[in-house]
Write a protein that binds this ligand. Structure first.
Ligand SMILES: Nc1nc2c(ncn2[C@@H]2O[C@H](COP(=O)(O)OP(=O)(O)O)[C@@H](O)[C@H]2O)c(=O)[nH]1
Ligand SMILES: [Mg+2]
Length: 289
């Protein structure tokens, strides 16, 4: 995967002289890459100590950076047991991050593996959101549970679970609103939905997944904090990790909140999703070939 940010990091380490201006540029680059001040400081200090001690080549230096970042990033395997009780993925996140698209991609991903899915249109706040999900369901040849715009999202999810149990469907992918009249209103609504799901399905069958847009940087960190505080998250889907995105925010989220990453979205097509791989992600992030 090509990544402009990674290339910049790698090219910095190809320099012969690691003087103060090198470290300034390294720190600027890490900040621009959304790694945050604390991780930037830790990395810079770590590299300073190494430079004093020994002379490593470019890939040696990059491997040192990678080793320091590794503990902050983890993955979670969201494979589904073959069983009669459905799994539900409650997909959360602010508007525009790629929730609905990721639901369609995940549905496609699991359908390809032979699972039956059902889409739950619990973003009832905007009529367009229901239409968008309906279109995906039609294209993917899967079932959708929906009600009219403005209806109670908790009721839509309730119906989705009941009907999926009755039909022995294996995975419910529930869309949620990313915006409401107020932030408090949205968070309260999500807590209500959370209670409904938790009362109907065992914890092992229920995953709360936050979608984070890789291009949003520091905002993504705040979103993760807010949603994690509100409902407690099990996993993250990182979207838009294509083009010029940096993705360093995911390191901050991992360091502060310890939320693992399940999938990465790399485009707008149904196949543009893959399970998160820590090694590949870190290599891309810091430009290690
Ligand atoms: N390039 C790219 N675009 C994406 C990706 N995921 C979603 N999008 C686009 O982001 C926009 C918002 O997506 P949508 O699923 O409607 O976001 P939602 O408001 O969170 O449901 C759409 O134009 C999507 O095509 C991705 O992984 N890569
Ligand atoms: Mg949506």
């Amino acid at each position: 995967m090509k990544n402009f940010f990674g290339k910049r990091i790698a090219s910095l380490f190809s320099r012969n002289v690691m003087d103060e201006s090198f470290f300034e540029e390294l720190e600027d680059t890490l900040i621009e890459g959304d790694l945050g001040t604390q991780i930037t400081f830790d990395l810079s200090e770590h590299i300073r100590r190494i430079v004093k001690k020994q002379r490593l080549d470019q890939s040696g230096m990059l491997l040192e950076m990678k080793a320091l970042l590794e503990p902050y990033v983890s993955t979670i395997d969201l494979s589904i047991p073959k069983q009669d009780t459905p799994m539900i993925f409650l997909v959360l996140g602010v508007n525009g991050v790629g929730k609905t698209t990721s639901i369609a991609k995940m549905s496609h991903w699991y359908q390809k593996q032979g699972y039956t899915t059902v889409l739950s249109a619990a973003d009832t706040f905007r009529a367009a959101a229901i239409d968008q999900l309906s279109l995906h369901a039609q294209r993917l040849g899967t079932r959708i549970v929906k009600q009219s715009p403005g209806s109670d999202p908790g009721a839509v999810i309730f119906d989705s679970i009941d009907s999926a149990i009755a039909r022995k469907e294996q995975l419910i992918l529930a869309d949620t609103a990313g915006r409401m009249h107020t932030k408090e209103h949205l968070l309260r609504e999500l807590q209500k939905i959370d209670k409904i799901v938790a009362a109907k399905l065992p914890g092992a069958n229920y995953k709360k997944i936050l979608v984070i847009d890789a291009t949003t940087g520091q905002n993504g960190v705040r979103q993760a904090e807010l949603f994690h505080e509100t409902v407690g998250l099990d996993a993250i889907v990182l979207t838009k990790y294509d083009s010029a995105s940096k993705g360093g925010s995911i390191i901050q989220i991992g360091k502060n909140l310890h939320i693992p990453i399940a999938f990465v979205g790399v485009g707008e097509g149904y196949d543009d999703i893959m399970p998160f791989d820590r090694d590949t992600f870190l290599n891309t992030l810091i430009g290690l070939e």
